[in-house]
Structure formats: structure tokens, C-alpha cells
Design a protein around this ligand. Sequence first.
Ligand code: SF4
Length: 553
Amino acid sequence: MSDTANKPAAPSRRKAGRHRGEGQWAAGHFTPLNSNEQVKKDDDGLNVRTRIETIYAHRGFSAIDGQDLRGRMRWYGLYTQRRPGVDGGKTAVLEPEELEDEYFMMRVRIDGGRLTTAQLRVLGEISQEFARGTADITDRQNIQYHWVRIEDVPEIWRRLEAVGLSTTEACGDTPRAFLGSPVAGIAADEIIDGTPALEEMKRRVVGNKAYSNLPRKFKTAISGSPQLDVAHEVNDVSFVGVEHPEHGPGFDVWVGGGLSTNPRIGVRLGAWVPLEEVPDVHEGIVKIFRDYGYRRLRNRARLKFLVADWGAEKFRRVLEDEYLLRKLIDGPAPEQPARQWRDHVGVHPQRDGRCYVGFAPRVGRVDGATLSKIADLAEAHGSGRVHTTPHQKLIILDVEPDRVASLTEGLEALGLTTTPSVFHRGTMACTGIEFCKLAIVETKARATWLIEELERRLPDFDEPLTINVNGCPNSCARIQTADIGLKGQLVIDGEGRQVEGYQVHLGGSLGLDPGFGRKVRGLKVTAEGLADYVERVLRRYLEAREPGERFAT
Ligand code: SF4
């Protein structure tokens, strides 16, 4: 691991600009242009670990330096959580210290969603001992705890690391957890297994100080599944399995996707990369982001803004000419997937004759005790592998066909179904006001209520449908890509009161014809009126749909 580079070696070919420009290091702009850049320059985020272990965990919350508390602790997956009872109307007006509690949200990175039952048991034990039983599955395949005390962090790390897990760079301006196909290496229909590349990318860049000061977060996805199961369209870089007519299986490269307040679908570079070259290409793209990424304005710092300005052609040229020092091979685009659902829920064949079994916690919410029971079931029925998916679901791998019925029965007993309703299956929710300091409204409990209402009101609705519920405009639950996206905000109800509600986005999708949902002008629903509104939209669709027509508005 290099300990040198928070800056690229000053490239002689690049001259410092005369003005501040976009704050690109490659243009010589090394002077921090905002407070976040200053914090990162003052001390690398990775260095906070020593202070947590030697000072903060012993002296307690009040001893934590402000820059570390609201900045560098993210490099180890730690955010302060929202103080209970602070309503959404205060989010934008209170100072951070008034909004935050003395407890932390802790994110454990699960690259590729790959877990063993031994790891799952440890995750469950930590949840019960140190996180009041909380354990949410995120849409980036991670596990997220709440109620963590700073005093317990070193012991949690010790237990995680003993089973090969970590929180390093789970948050912060870093290479975040890598999305990977949760059925990599086993699915009968797989084009190529990206796992060796995922492991090597992780080994090269995670926890490496050459890449621990990026302009913003950097999200990677890789999948060789024809089901396009890692939301490749909205990651900073994605490697998507394709069959090259001459060279065989490899990966199509996408860059510059991302959601939040300026959503963009990634663009194809038109390049085909064999498995063994993926880590080089990935590292080259991380370097481009580090060197050329915009650091002046934080809300223009994601890679998508650079890609939008350069275009795919220039991006590929810079990657080839300045970083790889060779040309890439042209390649084909991925094909349309056969299935409409990409979450792997249900029972599916593996290439070795066994099965994998995907099941659905409601809106990603499980708890520590349930994780341990899932581990028991996986050991009794499979080989001890349980994977998380980018759709807040779980999969037990390697189940003999004659053990499937017993497993699904055991899962049902835990409230985890392999045959969820459309609404249960297709609804995702972010953390929301329960714990998130940026939230304006409640999400998980409301989404759970919405699922139950829709199941009761529309029991026969069987069209694949996604409903994504976010607590603020940040889009952690990918609102713009859902059939029905709900963005939390305060709205005025029929009696003129300010209440929790949602801006509605309709008709988003991912896939080969991806697009963002249209913000329905002026259409805001109160939280209380949400089920009535969604029911109305769906009934109207049922009445008007043509044979074979998908839900679209
Ligand atoms: Fe928090 Fe907003 Fe992200 Fe939800 S979308 S987790 S409320 S930042």
C-alpha cells in the first residue's frame, strides 16, 4: 500500500491554470477550495482509525475532534445518527451538533454481497450486543447498524476482522463497497464470473492512501450475469458481462452514472475488457477521477460531471493514452435481460445442478437475531454461503433440489418469503428520519405500511413494479429509477398544515433502455394519502393497459 499519494505525482505535461477552474489536481489546483477538501488535506481520512482506537474509544464521544466526527470517521463507515425526536422541518435549519446523537450508524462493507454463515453469525452477534438488534441490508449489499457507541467500535472491528469483514472506506470520498452479482460463479445462465476481478480491484484500491482522497465517493459495480443485476447504469464505473464475437466473454465498460440531485445514466466507453485486465482499467479510471475530478464545488464533484463534460470518446482516449498506455478493444453492448425482475428472488437453478434461493426481507430490514437464524438455515440446507443483493434481498446458495421445500418453509417461519407480493418485492426504502440526519420524512415504516395497504387493496396485481421511497432528495434508494419514486419532503395538506409527504416521480427504469422517472409537476402527496394515491395510479393502469403492456405512465 502506498503511503504517499493524496496527490498524483505532479505531471510535467500539465500546467497549473491561472484561475481556480474546477479544482482539478491534474490542472495544478492543489489548494483546497472548500472545507471538505481542506479537511482531507489536513489529514488523510484513513488516519482517524488510530485516534479512535487510542483516544476516542477510551475518552468517549465528547473527546472526538469535530473534523474527525463529521468528516474522517466516514472513512471507517461511521456517521453520527439523528437525535431521536428531531422532526424533518428542522433538518435544514439546525446546526449539525443539534441534529446529531451521540450514537453512530456503522456500515460494514460486503463487497459483492458475499458472506459465509460464519460471517453472518458474527454480524448477527454484533447487532445484538452493540447495535440494539439493528441490521439493515442496503441497496449496495452492505449491512448497516445503528446505535453504535464509540467505546465499542474497536471491539466491533476486532470481531469483524477476525472473520474477514471490515468497515474501511464504507463511506467517505473513497472507493466504496463494490457491487457484484450475488450469483457470480454459480448461476446457470452466467456469461462470465467477475469474482477474481472484484477481489483484485479491492486488493489494489481499498485502504490504499493513493486513492483515499478522491473528489467524492466512487461507486463500482461488476456483474457477468445476463440479468444485469447490479444497477450498472447508476455507478461511477461498471463492468457488465458480454460475449465478444471474436474474443469471447469479457466486460463492457460504463462510466459516469449516479443519482442524487443531478441524476445521470452512465455511458458506455464501447470497450471490451477481458477478466484479467479489469483491475488495470478500474485503477486507471479511479486515477482519472482522482486527478481530473472536480474539487471546487462538492455538488459537482462526482465523476458523472467530468464524464458529462468530456463525453465517452475523450474519457476513453485519456484512459488509454495517459493511464493504460495502450488501446482498448472495441466491444458489443449488453443484451436485454430475459427476466423483468433482477433481484434473484425465488428458486433458481445453479450450473452444478443445485439451486439458489432468494428471499425478501421487507424494505431491507432484518435484525441480529434473524441473521443468526438465517445462518442456521443456510448451514442446514446449503454449503454455508449467503449473499446480499443490490435490491435489499438475500440469497442462500448451494441448496440440493430436494432440500428447497424445507428451506423455504424455514424462511417463511422467519417472515422471509421466497414468493413475495409484487409490492413487497418491488419496494425499497432508504434509512429515513429514524436515523438519518439529512432526512425530512419517515421511510422504512411508511414503506412497510404502504406494502401492506397495497397487498390488501390490490391482491391480484401481478405486474413487476418498483416503488422506491427516499427520505430526502439524495436518492439513496434510487428514486429516479423506479416506476414510482417518492422523494420525501414537507408538503401542505388539505387543511393548510405542513406535514410529511412526497414529491412523486413516475416511469423510471433501468436496463438497456434506462430513463429517469418524470417529476410529476406539482404532484406531491401527503404521507397519509400515499396508499390512496398509489392505488389510484395502479387502478388507472389496470383499466387502460393493452395486452403485453408494462406498467409505465
Ligand atoms: Fe438519508 Fe436522504 Fe439518503 Fe434517505 S435519501 S438515507 S434520508 S440521505
